[in-house]
Design a protein around this ligand. Structure first.
Ligand code: 4AD
Ligand code: MG
Length: 477
């Protein structure tokens, strides 16, 4: 007999039929009622035991966390709280769980505690909901691009170039760290390393995606990226997943349209098709909010916030306009910003981004045309010679969600930029070839997948939206 996922049983409720289900015990009340969860849905299936005819040794083994198999008849529920329940005919313990030792008790645990038990936290309602939504979002991302004529490409994870030029690289090496071969200058001789050169984990698949866009026109990558930035914040991971579309013959305006359309599509998909998990998380946030002081409360309910993004246009304004807004803002005048905005050219900090989004415009904001000095080498230089065709999309509660640009397609401009920044040109000859052979206007962006999952689930720490977070000092599991 094939066993059924609890979600199909609860949704189709084929009462009076014989069923077989398998899952983990959430609670066992009164030696009679088992709340069984198999992760296919947030909801538990109530299994009712005829305890008078059940062996007492077996009853003792029905503990929170135990894996069991239940055969029985699905009937309309006698109690309130569920439409159907199973009258148990046969119960088998598949795997015992010591009730005293099991860390995930049926009560509220702190996120810190659950992070230490990341291998078990997905058995809680909250993490079950977050991870089902994460999975749904990943599928939705692929669906969007697939339905819009994009090809998916798997960009390499080990690379010989630093795409962002920020130097936040994790080395990949096969040399013996105790006695590496040295060159004449006494430095490590990476020509003797596995790949015959220095290599690192990728910080972005963009440069490789550009090569494919210049042949297949519309491509995207969705893969892991690695950054050794020592920022211990609730929005940074050392290993995170990035979605990077790249499109030939598309300028910055097209890039903004694409990013906005894409974000709205995936968020709408969650609202339309994953309401159950969202409703649970929304309720959780409302409860959490009640215990906070007035001014720290969220205000808008989770699904209202998502609907708001789907239904309204993102505000688009240039970096220069944003600086004006910030300069004249109350917190700037009252010196409330940690980094006061004094002049054009300043890099925006998350406090500034959040002011623009949450206080001033109260919509997601697309900022564009940033100073060349604070952006990566590959962005297209504007006629003013001092700004580049960059864009960042800022979201409430998150700050930067997307970073993208129109790429510099002119060989001479790109070459002089590379020289100016002292980037070794020989590492990028292949990238420059795209400008030598059939160059064209092209653009793309990168979306940090975990930041999207944070926004959709309302989770406030990025460590809680990825199964096993990697952050400075932490690579457990
Ligand atoms: O703005 P970034 O650095 O842009 C790029 O890497 C470009 N190559 C993208 C492109 O144009 N194809 O990163 C893109 C996004 C950020 O907006 C942010 O959402 C996310 O990646 N991100 C991080 N997410 C989690 N942890 C980190 N340490 C992140 N760094 C960037
Ligand atoms: Mg960025």
């Amino acid at each position: 007999m094939k066993h059924h996922a609890i979600v199909t049983i609860l949704d189709d409720h084929p009462t009076r039929s014989d069923i077989l289900v398998k899952g983990w015990v959430r609670t066992f009340r009164g030696n009679r009622f088992i709340a069984l969860n198999d992760g296919s849905t947030l909801r538990n299936l109530q299994c009712v035991l005829d305890f008078e005819n059940t062996d007492s040794g077996l009853l003792k083994r029905i503990t929170t966390g135990a894996a069991i198999s239940v055969k029985g008849t699905l009937v309309e529920s006698q109690g309130t709280g569920q439409r159907v329940e199973v009258q148990v005919d046969q119960l088998e313990i598949l795997g015992d769980s010591d009730a005293e030792m099991y860390p995930i008790q049926p009560k509220k645990h702190s996120y810190e505690f659950l992070r230490e038990n990341a291998h078990l936290r997905v058995r809680t309602n909250t993490f079950g909901a977050v991870m089902r939504l994460r999975s749904a979002l990943a599928f939705s991302v692929h669906r969007y691009f697939n339905e819009n004529g994009f090809f998916n490409l798997h960009s390499p994870i080990i690379t010989g170039s630093d795409a962002e030029g920020a130097g936040e690289l994790f080395r990949v090496s096969h040399l013996d760290p105790k006695s590496p071969p040295l060159n004449e200058q006494g430095k490590v001789d990476f020509s003797k390393d596995f790949f015959g050169k220095e290599t690192h984990l990728t910080v972005s698949g963009q440069l490789e995606a550009e090569t494919y866009a210049m042949a297949l026109s519309k491509v995207y990558t969705f893969g892991p990226t690695f950054r050794a930035e020592n920022s211990n914040t609730a929005r940074h991971l050392a290993e995170f997943w990035m979605i990077e579309p790249e499109v030939a013959f598309m300028d910055l305006a097209g890039n903004m349209d694409l990013a906005e359309d894409f974000l709205k599509f995936v968020i709408r998909d969650m609202l339309e098709n994953h309401g159950e998990d969202l409703a649970f998380l929304e309720d959780r946030l409302i409860q959490e909010d009640k215990s906070k002081p007035e001014r720290e409360r969220q205000g808008m309910a989770l699904t209202d916030k998502l609907k708001f993004v789907v239904e309204n246009n993102f505000t688009r304004l240039s970096y220069t306009e944003a600086i004006d807004v910030l300069k004249n803002s109350k917190p700037n005048k009252k010196k409330l910003f940690k980094y006061p905005i004094e002049e054009w050219g300043a890099d925006l900090q998350s406090e500034h981004e959040r002011y623009l989004v949450e206080k001033h415009f109260e919509t997601p904001v697309i900022l564009f045309d940033y100073p060349a000095k604070i952006k990566a080498f590959y962005m297209r230089l504007n006629e003013d010679q001092k700004t580049v065709r960059a864009m960042d999309i800022l979201f409430p509660g998150i700050g930067e969600m997307v970073g993208g640009s129109q790429r510099e397609e002119r060989l001479d401009v790109l070459e002089s930029k590379i020289a100016e920044l002292g980037i070794p040109q020989e590492d990028l000859e292949w990238y420059l070839d795209l400008r030598r052979f059939g160059t064209a206007v092209h653009s793309g962006f990168g979306l940090g997948f975990e930041r999207l999952v944070m926004f959709v689930t309302g989770m406030s720490n990025i460590r809680d939206v990825i199964p096993f977070p990697r952050t400075p000092g932490n690579a457990d599991f």
